[in-house]
Design a binder for this molecule. Structure first.
Ligand SMILES: [Zn+2]
Ligand SMILES: [Zn+2]
Length: 263
């Protein structure tokens, strides 16, 4: 059995709970430790039942509470060498046993699950996304991706549940409050995935048989949940999908846990 629930998602903080068999995993821990603990309790998960934390990259919206939870519950943290180099000074002392190095493209076993980390195009040091498998079922988390490239797509396409970035509406970004430099950064091939690119990807994922799609990492200034939802919904419907039957679609909240998806 696999389960996925987004606890928080957005430029202010990201954390996703995944259960793969008996393994309880947090992908990113980008809110304070107490916020993440409260969100876990809200979905019926005791924080002391966590087994490990996977970190996508060193930006603060992904690591804020990681050190605190690792120390409090003696949790191993899995991240790339580059992420560890940038992250270690920001999350406080981590016991040597709990520092685990992983690499994009190199699968590893974590308790009773198989994890496929994959490289993501983002302006950080060796960032990753994750596909996690147990009992033939797969879930993926793919956010902070400047473009949907072959590596990312191939890594997520056979998943049953996908949390995919839908960061900004291109028009809202272009006409929004960001400086020209920041607009360039967000739009670049190492920035964030737009609603439009997310929608296009969703049509391919539909053809691949993805059952649950959750849109995440929305920008506060350059997107709204309804715009993100409508953009991908329209693309899926144009492909003949019946939302809720062929595929479910939800926008992960910035503040609240999403539905808990399980297969
Ligand atoms: Zn980032
Ligand atoms: Zn981020």
């Amino acid at each position: 059995m696999v389960e996925l629930c987004s606890l928080f998602s957005g430029s202010s903080g990201n954390s996703t709970f995944i259960k793969a068999g008996n393994t309880n995993i947090l992908v990113d821990c980008g809110e304070s430790g107490s916020h993440v603990e409260a969100a876990l309790k809200k979905i019926g998960v005791e924080p002391d039942s966590l087994d490990c934390i996977f970190i996508t990259h060193e930006h603060i919206d992904h690591i804020k509470g990681a050190g605190i939870l690792s120390r409090r519950y003696n949790l191993p943290i899995y991240a790339s060498v580059g992420t560890w180099q940038k992250m270690i000074a920001k999350i406080g002392k981590i016991s040597t046993d709990n520092i685990r190095y992983i690499q994009g493209g190199v699968p590893f076993g974590a308790f009773d699950s198989i994890v496929y980390p994959f490289s993501t195009p983002h302006d950080s040091c060796e960032s990753l996304g994750f596909t996690i498998e147990h009992g033939g079922k797969r879930v993926s988390v793919a956010t902070d991706i400047g473009v949907m490239n072959k590596t990312v797509y191939e890594s997520i396409k056979s998943s049953d549940i996908v949390l995919l970035e839908s960061n900004h509406d291109v028009d809202m970004l272009l006409h929004g409050p960001y400086s020209p430099e920041l607009k360039r950064r967000v739009r670049s091939s190492v920035g964030h995935l737009s609603n439009e690119d997310c929608a296009l990807t969703s049509t391919h994922l539909l053809e691949q048989g993805v059952k649950h799609l959750i849109l995440g990492h929305l920008s506060l200034d350059n997107n709204t949940p309804s715009v993100a939802y409508a953009t991908t919904e329209e693309a899926l419907v144009m492909k003949g999908a019946r939302i809720g039957y062929d595929i479910t679609l939800e926008v992960a909240s910035r503040y609240e846990p999403s539905a808990k998806y399980s297969l």
